[in-house]
Design a binder for this molecule. Structure first.
Ligand code: SF4
Ligand code: SF4
Length: 456
């Protein structure tokens, strides 16, 4: 049983999580290879020779519900979910999952549930406001409505689950819809904040609310009767893999969209049309299933596309931003090295895997004019003779003329019945431009969109 907070009614879900952590502790031999492989423990300046002590503390926290030891707390705080520990473990333990549960438990032991619920709600509200505003600036109301329809009411065999944050760069969602359309699949698209994966509630140890959000979202997929759910967001994918699928086997298959497309590459290739010559570098992140290999497979199949292999720091985090944003300097160094390495290797295009990486790199052209940044879904949709959806986020971040982005935002905001004011535009400017990454200045966006707010 979970002895941390007396006010928490222990649920069957919480008990199953506990069992996963207990199983990891039972199988662990204490060799410390996981800690020694941890890039963020090293980046945080921890003593890498003390791995056995850190693992012993992790086992104690799991078995005895002891207070989190200081050294272990540093490790938990540093973790950004890279999964390098999983790859290093000779016992094939999902150490990232174990550390994720331990992080939640250490927060749970230190903070009353009411405080955790408030922190989680604030984080969720801030994210949801930004996502709703950005989606309303870039998507017509009929598309947004389609995405937000309750999952359990869908009848399609395949659900493409977007998560929340990709709606800041919705051309990616439109690309995937084009690709699945081209495959003639019986699919439906589902996402938005009403189908949140519950990451904030879990991280902030508000398990009762997590069970009503992320855990419920996963159950709603099952209620729809779909045989397959395709994920987009790496965080949703990681959470659903580790905190849901491993807790109770679902009635549907779960794949990242890149894995699904790579598995159908022969079918896709038949419909590929001639493409311009390109030399492409993928901005790679290890840590989420077979996504890197899958995106390489997809790129290699595109006519006239030459994939340039570039050694890169792909093991530091499973995606840009999120928990990895704690290491801003390291992220900046990764982005610069990628762009400069790509130019030195004669590449003209950087391909992003995920939406957070796309946001980080979308403005690279302002700093490195010879480089174009596109998402892998841009390339596949275009190879199928579809796609071509404007990437307004790239326009925001490069800091050039905003006329096209403002004109689109004016139309879409009206279609979605959303009013904007100067204050929301100021906070959106900060939200967009304070992220780590390569970008032009914020002035063009701030001015154009403040003017829009004044005249809207
Ligand atoms: S997931 Fe990555 S950052 Fe977290 S403990 Fe494992 S190796 Fe370290
Ligand atoms: S690498 Fe695996 S077996 Fe070794 S200490 Fe870490 S979790 Fe335990």
């Amino acid at each position: 049983m979970r002895p941390y907070r007396e006010e928490v009614v222990v649920s069957a879900y919480a008990d199953r999580l506990e069992a996963l952590a207990a199983d990891a502790a039972d199988r662990c031999t204490g060799c410390a290879k996981c800690f020694e492989a941890c890039p963020t423990a090293r980046e945080s300046g921890m003593d890498m020779g003390q791995g056995k002590a850190r693992v012993a503390e992790l086992i104690a926290l799991t078995r005895q519900a002891s207070a989190t030891a200081e050294g272990l707390q540093q490790w938990l705080n540093a973790c950004d979910g890279s999964a390098q520990c999983n790859a290093a473990c000779p016992e094939d333990i999902n150490v990232r999952q174990w550390v994720t549960i331990a992080k939640m438990k250490s927060v749970e032991a230190k903070r009353p549930l009411g405080d955790s619920a408030k922190v989680a709600a604030t984080r969720f509200r801030n994210m949801a406001q930004a996502v709703r505003l950005m989606a309303s600036m870039q998507l017509p109301s009929e598309t947004l409505r389609k995405i937000l329809q309750p999952a359990e009411r869908r009848t399609a065999d395949v659900l493409f689950y977007t998560g929340c944050n990709v709606l800041r760069t919705p051309h990616i969602v439109l690309n995937v819809m084009d690709i699945l359309d081209a495959m003639d699949l019986d699919f439906d698209v589902v996402g938005g904040t009403a189908h949140c994966c519950g990451v904030y509630q879990f991280q902030e140890a508000d398990l009762p609310t997590y069970e009503k959000t992320g855990h419920r979202t996963f159950k709603r997929f099952g209620q729809s009767g779909a045989s397959k759910v395709l994920t987009w967001c790496p965080t949703c994918t990681k959470n659903f893999d580790e905190l849901e699928r491993d807790v109770a086997a679902p009635s549907f298959g779960l794949d990242h969209i890149s894995e699904f497309l790579a598995a159908h590459i022969d079918e896709l290739k038949k419909d590929f049309v001639d493409q311009p010559k390109r030399r492409v570098v993928i901005h790679e992140h290890q840590g989420i299933g077979a996504t890197v290999e899958s995106i390489r497979t997809l790129m290699r199949a595109v006519p006239n596309l030459e994939l340039v292999e570039l050694p890169q720091d792909s093991g530091f985090s499973y995606a840009c931003g999120g928990q990895a944003a704690k290491f801003k300097g390291r992220e900046q160094a990764i982005h610069r090295a990628l762009a400069e390495g790509a130019i030195a290797a004669g590449a003209d295009t950087i391909v992003t895997m995920y939406h957070s990486c796309h946001r980080a790199l979308a403005g690279a052209e302002a700093v490195y004019p010879s480089l174009k940044v596109v998402n892998f879904t841009d390339i596949i949709a275009e190879a199928l003779g579809r796609g071509g959806h404007p990437d307004f986020y790239r326009l925001y971040k490069t800091g050039g003329p905003m006329d096209e982005a403002v004109a689109a935002a004016r139309t879409f905001l009206t279609s979605n019945g959303v009013k904007v004011d100067e204050a929301s535009m100021q906070s959106l400017t900060a939200e967009i431009f304070n992220e780590t990454g390569l970008a032009g200045g914020r002035e063009a966006f701030a001015k154009a969109f403040t003017d829009l707010a004044r005249s809207h």
